[in-house]
Design a protein around this ligand. Sequence first.
Ligand SMILES: Nc1nc2c(ncn2[C@@H]2O[C@H](COP(=O)(O)OP(=O)(O)OP(=O)(O)O)[C@@H](O)[C@H]2O)c(=O)[nH]1
Ligand SMILES: [Mg+2]
Length: 391
Amino acid sequence: MTLGLAGKPNAGKSTFFKSVTMADVEIANYPFTTIHANHGVAYIQTPCSCMERDNRCGKCKDGIRYVPIDIIDVAGLVPDAHKGKGLGNAFLDDLRQAQAIIHVVDASASTDAEGNPIDPGSGNPAADIEFLDYELEMWMFEILNRNWSKLSRKIKAEGIKIEEAVADQLSGAGVTIEHANYALHDSDLYSVEPTKWSEDDMIKLCRSIRKESKPMIIAANKFDVLDGLGISLVQSDEKTIIPTSAAAELALKSAAKTGIIRYTPGAGSFEVATELNPAQEKGLNAVQHLLETHGSTGVQECINRAVFELLDMIVVYPVEDEGKWTNKTGDMLPDAYLMKRGSTCKDMAYRIHTDIGDHFLYAVDARTKMRLAEKHELQNGDVIKIVSTAK
Ligand SMILES: Nc1nc2c(ncn2[C@@H]2O[C@H](COP(=O)(O)OP(=O)(O)OP(=O)(O)O)[C@@H](O)[C@H]2O)c(=O)[nH]1
Ligand SMILES: [Mg+2]
């Protein structure tokens, strides 16, 4: 499970990344601070299933389970990156493992089209929304188009399935047969012979593939600047927009790390834990004001919603003892798996181990103690024991 942070230079991607991973990465107010992608681990939050028992699992905090996901912070992209502008399109390749993208937009309008700092309010965040879709589509188009005339003749001559050929050509961009199948229907191209596809047809296909294989959520960042100056300009008919202040989240996490405050990521308030010096007091008062006006910094909400809404994932807990909800060594709810909604007991068995999947007998719902068949669809929060003949 990997989320990618993408957007124009200087929009706050690395600040967002640092605030969720606490990795020591470079942040600066000029474009192209990040050149090599940063990889890290962030945590999404979900209510822990142990809360319905008398005893706690010890893995969650105040009933909130933190489930790890991978997150990548890539170099900034400028319009026409696919033609080599800015740092070019090599960096688009860093997004290939991402199943979903958080598009970080500078909603304070304090960066120009190339990401150079300008006066707050003088940029155009509205224009930043669409360009990323287009760059990703054109990146995919260029990959698909490589040797296409030869490949399309081969598809025809050898009767290769078109969705397989498209997925194969784009596998480096993380595109699967299911994505290709969806996009070929969506763009009405199953009915047109691949040797006859025009450039426009292929771009249209890539647009559908992008939507399906790299869904996006928008972080309207820097809401702390001039009372959320440009947030209303960040609009989209089809994408969720979440106002964020990555800088405020980073300040809160840093203060919590040094023990000055107690803060739960995503919360609308924090508790002061020590005596504050005047500078700390001033800084924290400003952040408190932001939390009061916006509810939270938005950063945790962004990653939670990217995983649960955009990617439609659920969390399930494998156990070996369905009575105690523990593993062999007595740890309660030792693991929390993120799985696609619609996954079955058999999918979960494979997730534990290939052998367990291959030798699956049945599953047990640890709540009801009912036996479940291999095709039974898992629900969010399920606690499941898998029974198999694997050694
Ligand atoms: N006020 C404010 N400033 C922010 C926020 N997030 C980031 N910044 C500032 O914006 C500038 C750019 O931040 P980075 O995180 O380096 O931006 P980036 O998108 O990674 O930039 P590149 O690596 O160059 O593409 C820095 O000066 C940050 O301190 C925010 O939420 N509020
Ligand atoms: Mg950066």
